[in-house]
Design a protein around this ligand. Structure first.
Ligand code: LLP
Length: 419
């Protein structure tokens, strides 16, 4: 459920008509709904209410905007971060180190040091090599870094191959068959307090079965590690629950997910950690855009909007579907190709799409753009970065300024020796 609804024929974000935002901030612009974020956060927490003291972290990569992070911090969420930049954002949004977990296969030495300086709750170590390096850095300070070992369970998450992370040939985690040996080596190092396991098999999962299979494997490993004398107090189950991008699609609810988790982890005796991203932020945002012009095409007209693949990369990158709706209600329909202004054919949001009839100057939205939207933007074609707005009731605020091509150019230099 979200709070983008039509009131008197005009699409609103909560109590704010989208044309008001377009007029004041310009287009394209990402618009987020605070009430939707809060609702999703609460439904997720409620889904896990059977568990004893779960640690719930928002996957910052899904939407790192500081205002969005603050909304979730106020809901009690911590942060799953994958870079020094995300760690700094989580802290700036008020998330405390005891609720920050650092994931990612390529943490640099400087990032490991930053995690140690900050005193984060947990490093999710992705390899023997990373574990050794972290141990050395922590031991040199006379510290023990709290960490979990990320396991690659070799499970097919059944999602797009580019966002699948739990197959044996993916770069993530330590393969299950090596887990015992790597865990034993790292647990013996002075600089590490290795007391956890972590897993994340992919994103936009339409089905709970692969998750359940992966959790089953982790449960078995947990038993084996304990039998070998290790202490395990935490298991991080990652993120991954999918959301509907197309009207009519259904996905597992947080309640169904929570029930499956409670059932599969019943006798684990650990604190569980969760890293949801998309399910919290996805439906809480839209990309508001204006039609530049409509051009005739061979099989269908091209509706050229002022948003492009640099602003919302998902369709070009994954062939992803985003529902496309007019801001003013209209009965008339058309079949169109929805494209941006960028100079490549990949800048196509939809092909032969049944959509409302639109003309130059009309406003429209791409739905479900609150996760992996603005954060994946680039400045390709020197288009700059779009603004972001947060709505709360009948108020709204610009929570990220538009960065135009001029500001980006200001960071560039032509060395004088070229002349
Ligand atoms: N934890 C880890 C270690 C992850 O790698 C991810 C996502 C998450 C949690 C959050 O997953 P979620 O709950 O959002 O599914 N750019 C892609 C999605 C990439 C996801 C990467 N990892 C897209 O636009 O679909």
């Amino acid at each position: 459920m979200d709070h983008f609804t039509s009131i008197d024929g005009t699409l609103h974000a909560e109590g704010v008509p989208l044309p008001t935002i377009a007029d004041e901030v310009g287009t394209p612009v990402y618009v987020y709904s605070r009430a939707t974020l809060e609702r999703h956060a609460r439904v997720f927490k409620e889904g896990l209410s059977e568990l004893d003291d779960p640690l719930i972290l928002f996957a910052v990569k899904a939407n790192p905007n500081l205002a969005v992070l603050r909304v979730l911090q106020r809901e009690g969420f911590g942060a799953d971060v994958v870079s020094g930049g995300e760690l700094r954002r989580a802290l700036a949004a008020g998330m405390t180190p005891d609720k920050i977990v650092f994931s990612g296969v390529g943490k640099t030495r400087a990032e490991l040091e930053l995690g140690l300086d900050t005193g984060i709750a947990q490093f999710n170590i992705e390899s023997r090599e990373e574990g050794r390096e972290l141990a050395e850095l922590a031991a040199a300070r006379g510290e023990r870094a709290r960490c979990a070992l990320r396991i690659n369970p070799d499970v097919d998450a059944g999602t797009h191959e580019k966002i699948s992370t739990g197959k044996a040939d993916n770069k993530f985690g330590v393969p299950l068959y090596r887990a015992g040996e790597v865990f034993a080596e790292l647990a013996a190092l002075d600089g590490l307090a290795l007391e956890g396991l972590a897993i994340h098999i992919g994103s936009q999962l339409a089905d709970l079965a692969p998750l359940e299979a992966a959790f089953g494997k982790i449960g078995t490993l947990l038993g084996e590690l304990r039998e070998a004398g290790h202490t395990i107090t935490r298991v991080d189950l990652g993120g991954g629950i999918g959301v509907p991008y197309k009207g009519g699609e259904t996905f597992p609810s947080p309640a169904e997910y929570g029930e499956m988790v409670a059932r599969t982890t019943r006798d684990w005796g650990v604190q569980l950690v969760f890293e949801p991203g998309r399910v919290i932020a996805g439906n809480a945002g839209v990309l508001l855009t204006r039609v530049v012009r409509v051009k005739s095409g061979l099989s269908a007209p091209f509706v050229i909007v002022d948003a492009a693949m640099n602003d919302l990369a998902r369709p070009a990158l994954y062939g992803a579907w985003h529902d496309f709706e007019a801001v003013r209600d209209t009965e008339a329909r058309m079949t169109a190709n929805i494209v941006g202004p960028i100079c490549e054919t990949g800048d196509t949001f939809a092909t032969d799409r049944d959509c409302p009839e639109l003309a130059a100057g009309d406003l429209a939205v791409f739905r479900t753009a609150g996760a992996y939207g603005a954060t994946m933007a680039s400045s390709y074609n020197s288009r700059g970065f779009v603004a972001e707005v947060l709505v709360s009731g009948d108020r709204f605020a610009v929570v990220a300024d538009r960065i135009d091509a001029g500001a980006i150019m200001d960071a560039e230099r032509v060395p004088e020796w070229l002349d």
